[in-house]
Design a protein around this ligand. Structure first.
Ligand code: 26V
Length: 841
């Protein structure tokens, strides 16, 4: 009998293209590029609703409408996406592969509307359908695939690279659960999972047919190849499938759409049907569960880089998938890997992806048959490393025992890299065995481990810090031996933020004012043009308009906080904001001491209430779930808020608000409404900060220490337009050497004493001294971040803030100058710096 035609063996799902005529390459029909009419857009939206979602408008839920709108908008990016890919394949050049375990993207719909220039069309179209577009935008759950600054930086960078038409691919992990959702119970942080995919995401495109296999565990074996050379074979004990999900990264109105490729882990084989049928469901699906766990959840822990096995699995998983994908699927089939450095630079976003270094060596040596030295010469040109911290305790190390168990071949490779490297050190510094031990990639104490930052530094073409001060301290304090050996390897690229999301989208009113004033919208892609606003700082009418923008943004924030948290924002207050991850070094506790000192001052009669500037202090912060002191600090802030906000003695002049679950979306509402930006880390501890840039560009003034990118902000805006206070980094070091004795500040400063005593008395914690004790005791007896040393200077700086704020015209002038002079902090400029100094792409 003739077989049915569908009994043919299926074709390779990966087979590309066909013999179809070239005229069929791209669909014709409705041209998917603006300009489009409102009516046209309405029709497309209805079509998505009817034929995509399968509902009529009258029957559709808000989620149906959101998905239909998202699909309508994204279809305008599709042609550009295909075209960008086509153009890049036709004319292959050096690409940038950004390797990052985190991308804190924020909501996609607004950005897609902005980059396609469809905001106003879509607004009108939704209006014609009787739909409030704001309500649809609010439906979107943001992909919170990052912890904080590092993840958001990656998102800003890929935005800029698309806008600058740089051939880029972003690689990362598609966590099923992003950063936890924070709520408060009795003021204490409670974490819930973040099921961001529950209602489906219209922004991702799964490609299961392009899955990659990744191995773990097992053994290595040496044998001779046909030519008698020693070869190593790794036989993994188990395998996992990495399924890529593609996300569009649209450039700003330039027809470019780059790709972000995030990997999701699946079982290599399905479940065990025999075992399942026998009734043992748990065992039948066990292997599947173990595999899927790899991309299940983002590690929320930036408090300690603990050597968690699953975290190392995540790192290797996404890096192995990404290297394989680039080499096997992105490069042409006949590519000579000798030329790899001409076609790629892998930018390592911190140490999380550094296992890519031995992975590339393994691919070249074990799989492609390169000699070790050839392979190393190639590898050394393919990586660049960005360090994002200065805290020695934050530098990742992996116990050799763990690494060897999970990735035995990689450990061998790391040992060999280290041997060769240490031979080089011995040659450069004969007889200096102490230096050799200091520089070894393998640490011996407290347990034998691999220092990932050292491995990255040895392998990288360039090593960069993320602000001028940070890069200098990186050279001088964190990696001094390496800087001595290879001074030319070290460089700085000061961070930046995308003006598209954080000014143009987040602050439409300011954007409108700026565009009107400059007579062009070009500033959105050329932020230096903001300089043109400088003369307007002296224009009274412009200052008035600028104030009206701020007032309207406060009003919007008030509505958001009311609806989201039931909080009341006093719109005539000075809005004083500290939003960032909760860390001791960032010193939220110092901000809290300021609040309590005002309250205590009024209570004790030291401070007449009329002298208190009406002020709302707004906190936003998540604490790592295992970071006890950070969580105690959150609780204390909430307890202080509850008392201060209600005490009639303050006559409503001091409020503390702490909306839960600070995220990118809330940042977009808070930052444009802020008057004062709190950047008060202990000098020498905050690598850069990026919130500081967002605030300055939205017309808030900074009160800050001489730390991270604050240094550069102050240099640019000028001392008169920045509230600087506190110890400098060298002063911090001197004090540490001399011995920091926090209690001496307590004894010498009556205001500080009264402030700490009031907290310690249990006044804010229902009479319980115990609740506040962890925070107070730490400040008084331990605190490596020296909050008390800066207390007096901080209060004095806040007095200067009050004084400046009292003259609204002068304040506006300063704020406008901040906006005008901070164009440098565009991530477009950061990308130009990476291109010039590091990538040469
Ligand atoms: C921070 C900490 C601090 C407490 C001790 C342990 C520990 C472990 C990890 C981290 C996070 C380090 C990576 C990071 O997120 N760095 C941030 O990167 C931003 C983008 O470059 C930069 O603006 C921030 O200053 C920097 O903290």
């Amino acid at each position: 009998m003739r077989p049915f035609s569908d009994e043919r063996p299926a074709a390779d799902p990966n087979r590309r293209g066909s013999a179809f005529p070239a005229s069929h390459e791209l669909a014709t029909g409705p041209v998917k590029s603006p300009p489009v009419t409102v009516d046209g857009f309405v029709q497309e939206f209805l079509s998505e609703l009817n034929y995509g979602q399968g509902v009529k408008l009258s029957q559709s839920t808000i989620n149906d409408q959101y998905l239909a709108l998202a699909r309508t908008v994204r279809s305008y990016l599709m042609a550009a996406w295909l075209e960008t890919g086509h153009r890049r394949r036709k004319n292959p050049t050096k690409m940038v592969a950004y390797l990052s375990a985190e991308y804190l993207l924020g909501r996609q719909l607004g950005n897609a509307l902005l980059s396609t220039n469809l905001i106003s069309i879509a607004e009108q179209a939704m209006h014609e359908c009787g739909i409030d577009i704001a309500e649809l935008r609010a439906q979107e759950i943001e992909p919170g695939l990052g912890n904080g600054g590092l993840g958001r930086l990656a998102a800003c960078f890929v935005d800029s690279l698309a806008t600058m038409d740089v051939p880029t691919i972003g690689y990362g992990i598609r966590y099923e659960y992003g950063i936890f959702r924070q709520s408060f119970e009795d003021g204490r942080q409670v974490e819930q999972p973040d099921p961001w995919l529950r209602l489906g995401s219209p922004w991702e495109f799964p490609h299961p047919e392009r899955a990659v296999t990744v191995g773990f565990g097992g053994q290595t074996e040496e044998s001779a190849d046909e030519e008698g050379r020693n070869r190593c074979r790794w036989t993994p004990e188990r395998q996992v499938r990495g399924v890529p999900y593609h996300y569009m990264v649209p450039g700003y109105r330039n027809g470019v759409v780059n790709t972000l490729r995030l990997w999701s882990a699946e079982a290599h084989e399905g479940f065990d049907l025999q075992v399942f049928n026998s009734g043992d469901y748990a065992r039948a699906t066990q292997a599947q569960t173990v595999a899927e766990n790899i991309s299940k959840v983002l590690y929320p822990d930036d408090s300690t880089p603990q050597g968690k096995e699953l975290r190392l699995q995540q790192q290797y998983f996404f890096v192995a998938c990404s290297l394989h994908d680039f080499i096997e699927n992105t490069l042409p089939g006949d590519f000579d890997l000798q030329n790899l450095p001409k076609r790629i630079i892998f930018q390592l976003n911190d140490t999380h992806p550094v296992i890519a270094v031995p992975e590339l060596m393994r691919l070249l040596v074990d799989e492609k048959g390169f000699d070790w030295d050839e392979a190393w010469a190639i590898t050394q040109q393919c990586f660049a490393y960005t360090c994002h911290t200065l805290l020695p305790e934050a530098l990742e190390v992996w116990p050799v025992e763990l690494l060897g168990r999970l990735l035995p071949r990689h450990l061998e490779i790391i040992y060999r890299i280290n041997d060769d490297f240490l031979a080089q050190v011995r040659e450069a510094f004969p007889g200096d065995e102490w230096r050799v031990r200091r520089m070894s990639i393998i640490a011996e104490h407290p347990q034998r481990s691999v220092r990932m930052a050292f491995l990255a530094t040895v392998a990288a073409v360039k090593v960069n810090g993320v602000a001028a001060l940070h890069s200098q301290l990186l050279r001088d304090n964190v990696l001094p031996d390496f800087a001595e050996l290879w001074p030319e390897k070290f460089t700085n690229v000061t961070n930046g933020i995308t003006p598209r999301r954080f000014v143009r989208l987040a602050n439409r009113r300011l954007s409108g004012l700026v565009t009107e004033a400059l007579g062009t919208e070009e500033w959105v892609t050329d932020l230096d043009l903001l300089r043109g606003l400088e003369p307007l700082a002296d224009d009274a009418a412009f200052r008035e308009q600028f104030r009206q923008v701020k007032a309207a943004n406060k009003n919007r924030l008030a509505l958001v906080l009311e609806g989201r948290d039931g909080l009341v924002l006093e719109q005539d207050h000075l809005i004083d904001v500290m939003v960032k991850r909760l860390h001791e070094y960032k010193r939220q506790s110092l901000k809290l001491l300021h609040v309590v000192s005002l309250y205590e001052g009024v209570r004790s009669g030291r401070l007449p209430i009329e002298r208190v500037t009406p002020r709302t202090v707004l906190f936003g912060a998540k604490a790592a779930p295992g970071y006890h002191l950070a969580k105690e600090t959150i609780a204390l802030i909430n307890h202080v808020a509850a008392v201060v906000n209600e005490d009639p003695i303050m006559q409503g002049r001091l409020k503390v608000l702490f909306p839960a679950n600070y995220n990118v979306n809330l940042a977009e509402k808070i930052i444009p409404a802020a008057d004062l930006s709190e950047q008060i880390s202990l000098a020498g501890k905050e690598a850069s900060g990026t919130g500081n840039m967002k605030f300055a560009l939205n017309g808030a003034l900074t009160i800050g220490t001489d730390d991270g990118a604050n240094v550069e902000i102050r240099q640019l805006v000028g001392d008169d337009n920045f509230f600087l206070f506190g110890l400098s980094e060298p002063e911090v070091e001197a004090l540490r050497k001399e011995g920091y004795v926090p209690s001496s500040y307590y004894e010498q400063d009556p205001v500080l004493r009264a402030t700490l005593d009031l907290i310690g008395s249990g006044h804010f914690t229902n009479g319980s001294r115990h609740s506040a004790a962890a925070v107070v005791d730490n400040l008084l007896h331990h605190d490596p971040f020296m909050a008390l040393a800066d207390f007096q200077a901080y209060l004095a700086a806040q007095d200067r803030v009050d004084e400046a704020y009292a003259d609204q015209d002068a304040w506006s002038r300063m704020a406008i100058l901040n906006v005008a002079r901070c164009g440098f902090f565009s991530s477009d400029r950061s990308m130009r710096d990476y291109l010039d100094k590091i990538w040469h792409a």
